[in-house]
Design a protein around this ligand. Structure first.
Ligand SMILES: [Zn+2]
Length: 428
């Protein structure tokens, strides 16, 4: 038992250190690569991207990567503090002394998770603040006032409590009362919850943070509706979201299932792109649906969480799982919340090493969606739309190829445009 415990401690530490070293190596590659290419716009973009915006993208990328390193070190220190250095254990012992156990086994467990969530949230705040009000601000992306940011924070915390607490309570209850197959029940509940969120997010949660107005521009509406019909989609609703109140970054998305299906354009997107370019961007999103990328993602999420719950079902019964991660399990009282928490903290340390695989699939899907968009609309429109979006979001045109393999969910502009054929000249 102690052997297993020591082994887990060693494995966890080794994975943490190896992960840190890998991330440092990748970030330094990215920083060097982008800085080295800062002086010249790549030949393929020479006619369309100005040196100023190329350099802005380089500076933005490097600034974010450097800040990411700081976050990385902080994140690793906090994780060690919670686990091997005894943070969770201390919190657990402190709560054990409060007499919460008198309210049943669920209350102290929820308290543990809530206090943990509160402290972790507070530990992350300086980073969110700096990123929004220093980095995004400096590059002209942030449109939020501090008051608005604080309002968002309160709202999202409240949503987290209202939405998160019941599902966590349900899972803990299932863990404690459905026997050794609890993980199968918990998995079922978790899946049902996720599907519910898919329906509730666009209709109930997102409107708490943004205004969604039906698309009013008749010309664009006719265009978009025609495109959707051509592609075999029933347009349930076309909406414009006031993304500009928070950030200058632009986007468009297609969300929901069945009756809650809707297309959402950020107002920033409509401002930056011509109608035919908006069409091309939407065709790309429809391409994701046509190729069943969304369903594939959901199914693989289902499969992975089943494996995760099964693993947790086994680990939660092993004493070394707790002691190996720096926690003394409760002798009387339930350990389910502890197991859940340790699992959620430990898994990313290991799963980082398979993340390039998921990034690879994602980039493949982007190429497929691009190909679909080109088949449905004028390829030139997608090219010029992408160029504008990459430029407006200050995405670097010269990322480090190895960094891309690890982290990029979307292929770099150069690769996407290269696949679309030789003409990279914008038409508008
Ligand atoms: Zn896409």
């Amino acid at each position: 038992m102690t052997d297993h415990s020591l082994l887990l401690t060693l494995l966890f530490s080794a994975a943490l250190v190896l992960g840190l070293l890998t991330k440092f190596y990748l970030a330094s590659r990215q920083i060097r690569h982008v800085a080295r290419h800062r002086g010249d716009v790549p030949a393929a973009f020479a006619g369309t991207i100005s040196l100023t915006s190329h350099q802005k993208a380089a500076d933005y990328t490097v600034t974010k990567a450097r800040f990411g390193l700081l976050e990385l070190v902080w994140g690793a220190a906090v994780l060690l503090g919670w686990t091997l250095l005894g943070g969770i254990d201390a919190l657990n012992q402190a709560l054990a002394g409060t007499g919460l156990a008198a309210y049943g086994s669920l209350v102290p467990q929820l308290a543990l998770l809530a206090v943990f969530g509160l402290i972790s949230g507070l530990l992350d705040l300086p980073f969110t603040l700096y990123s929004t009000f220093r980095i995004e601000e400096r590059f002209g992306f942030n449109k939020m006032t501090f008051k608005m940011w604080l309002g968002d924070l309160l709202k999202s915390t409240l949503v987290g409590v209202v939405v998160g607490l019941p599902i966590v309570a349900l899972i803990l209850w299932l863990m404690g009362s459905t026997g050794s197959w609890w993980w199968l029940w918990a998995w079922g509940a978790w899946m049902a919850f996720n599907l519910l969120i898919l329906v509730l997010y666009p209709t109930v949660i997102a409107p708490l943070f943004n205004k969604f107005q039906p698309l009013e521009d008749e010309t664009l509406k006719t265009r978009v509706t025609a495109l959707m019909q051509r592609c075999g989609f029933a347009a349930k609703g076309l909406f414009v979201m006031d993304g500009s109140k928070r950030s200058a970054h632009a986007n468009a998305y297609f969300t929901g299932f069945g009756a809650s299906k809707r297309v959402v354009f950020y107002d920033t997107l409509l401002k930056q792109l011509s109608p035919s370019e908006v069409d091309a961007v939407l065709a790309h999103e429809l391409g994701h649906f046509k190729h069943k990328h969304i369903i594939k993602r959901i199914v693989s999420m289902f499969a992975m969480s089943l494996a995760g719950f099964a693993l947790l079902g086994w680990l939660s019964t092993q004493v070394w799982f707790y002691t190996g991660l720096g926690v003394r399990p409760n002798l009387n009282g339930s350990n389910d919340a502890l197991a859940l928490l340790l699992f959620l903290l430990a898994v990313p340390v290991f799963s980082f090493f398979v993340s390039p695989l998921f990034a690879l699939f994602s980039r493949k899907h982007e190429f497929e969606a691009d190909a679909y968009a080109i088949a449905q609309t004028d390829g030139k429109d997608l090219q010029s739309a992408l160029l504008k979006l990459y430029q407006d979001n200050a995405s670097t045109l010269t990322p480090d190829p190895v960094f891309v393999k690890f982290y990029y969910s979307h292929p770099p502009a150069s690769e996407r445009l290269a696949r679309m054929g030789p003409a990279t000249g914008a038409t508008t």
